[in-house]
Design a protein around this ligand. Structure first.
Ligand SMILES: [Zn+2]
Length: 316
C-alpha cells in the first residue's frame, strides 16, 4: 500500500533500494547456484535465442529499474517465432529453476526487513532472526510473473517482498508497471483510499444493516476519478490480490474505528492528554485508535492504511 524506496538494515539505518540492488547483484554473481544456472543456459542457448539474450544481458538486467525492464519485453518476444515462443519461454524458465530457493533469495528475504505486505497491508512480513532457528515470513513475488516473463525472474526490481497470501493468490496474474501498482514505482496510498459509503454507515446506525456489512473497499481518490489509468490499476490490484475479500473479513476493525471516530475520540483525546501530558499528539492518537495514523507508518504495522483512511473519512 506504500511505495518501497528504502529499507531499514539491522543497525536501524535506512538503506536505499538501489544500494541493496547492487549488493544483491554481487551476491548473485558470486553464487555457485547462479553460476550453475548460467552454465545450464549456455547449453540451451545453442537452440534457444531467449536463453542467449539472458546470457548476454543478465548483468544489466539484474539492477535495471522497472520501466527499462519493461522496454525489453517487445525485443525479447521477437527473438523467436510466435509459434515457438511459449515453448522457448518454458525452456528458459526450467533452465533458470529459481524454485530451488538458492542462497540469494534467502539473502534478499532477510535484507528486506519490512514488517507488512506492500500489496495488502493486512499481513505481517516479519523476519525472525534467531541464531538457532531463523524464520522468514516474507515471500518474494515476481511482479512480472515468471511463467510469462521468465527472463525477469532474477531481476532485483521484479522481486517484491510480500506476504504468503498475496504471493500465492496473485500467482501468474499478468501484472506490469502499466496495468498495476508496482511498489517500487507507484504509491497506492497517494492514489487510493479505503472507504465505507456514507449510506452504509447511515444504514448501520439506523439499524437497517448488520455490523458485518460495514465492509471497507479500496477506491480511487476523488482527484483521480477521471483518470481511467488509475481505475484500471486499482481493479487489477484488487482482482489480483483478492483484496476486497481479504478486507470483507475485517469488518470488525472497521466497526471499532467507526465507533471511536463517531462517539468518543475528542473526549478521550482530552482525557489522555490530561493524564499523559508528555505524549505528543501522534502518540495520543495511537493510544486512542490502537494503531498508527500516519502515512509513513503504513509499512510498520498491518491495517495502518485502513485505520488512517477511515478516520480521515469519519473524523472530518
Ligand atoms: Zn499481502
Amino acid at each position: 500500500m506504500n511505495k518501497i524506496e528504502k529499507i531499514v538494515d539491522d543497525s536501524g539505518n535506512f538503506v536505499k533500494l538501489s544500494r541493496l540492488a547492487k549488493t544483491y547483484k554481487q551476491k548473485l554473481a558470486s553464487s555457485t547456484a547462479f553460476k550453475n544456472r548460467l552454465k545450464d543456459l549456455e547449453n540451451l542457448a545453442q537452440t534457444n535465442r531467449l536463453c542467449r539474450y539472458v546470457l548476454d544481458n543478465w548483468e544489466a538486467m539484474v539492477t535495471e529499474k522497472p520501466r527499462s525492464l519493461h522496454q525489453r519485453i517487445r525485443i525479447i518476444d521477437t527473438l523467436v517465432s510466435q509459434s515457438q515462443l511459449e515453448a522457448k519461454k518454458k525452456e528458459l524458465e526450467d533452465g533458470l529453476k529459481w524454485s530451488t530457493t538458492p542462497i540469494y533469495i534467502k539473502f534478499l528475504q532477510q535484507c528486506f526487513n519490512i514488517k507488512t505486505c506492500p500489496y495488502c497491508n493486512a499481513q505481517s512480513t516479519l523476519t525472525l532472526k534467531g541464531k538457532k532457528d531463523p524464520r522468514v515470513l516474507i515471500e518474494l513475488d515476481h511482479f512480472y510473473p515468471k511463467s510469462i516473463y521468465p527472463y525477469f525472474m532474477f531481476c532485483f526490481y521484479n522481486l517484491i517482498p510480500v506476504c504468503h497470501n498475496c504471493n500465492h493468490i496473485k500467482s501468474d496474474d499478468d501484472f506490469t508497471i502499466y496495468n498495476a501498482f508496482h511498489p517500487y514505482y507507484i504509491d497506492i496510498d497517494n492514489h487510493c483510499q479505503f472507504e465505507i459509503p456514507s449510506k452504509t454507515v447511515a444504514d448501520y446506525f439506523a439499524g437497517n444493516i448488520e455490523t458485518k456489512e460495514l465492509i471497507p473497499q479500496l477506491k480511487v481518490k476523488p482527484q483521480f476519478r477521471t483518470n481511467q489509468g488509475v481505475e484500471n490499476r486499482l481493479n487489477k490490484h484488487v482482482e489480483g490480490t483478492r483484496l476486497d475479500e481479504v478486507y470483507s473479513e475485517h469488518w470488525d476493525i472497521a466497526w471499532e474505528i467507526l465507533q471511536k471516530a463517531r462517539h468518543y475520540s475528542s473526549i478521550r483525546r482530552k482525557g489522555l492528554k490530561a493524564v499523559l501530558p508528555n505524549l505528543v499528539d501522534s502518540e495520543i492518537d495511537r493510544l486512542l485508535y490502537g494503531n498508527y495514523l500516519e502515512k509513513k507508518d503504513i509499512p510498520n504495522r498491518p491495517f495502518v492504511k485502513l485505520t488512517k483512511d477511515l478516520i480521515d473519512q469519519w473524523e472530518k
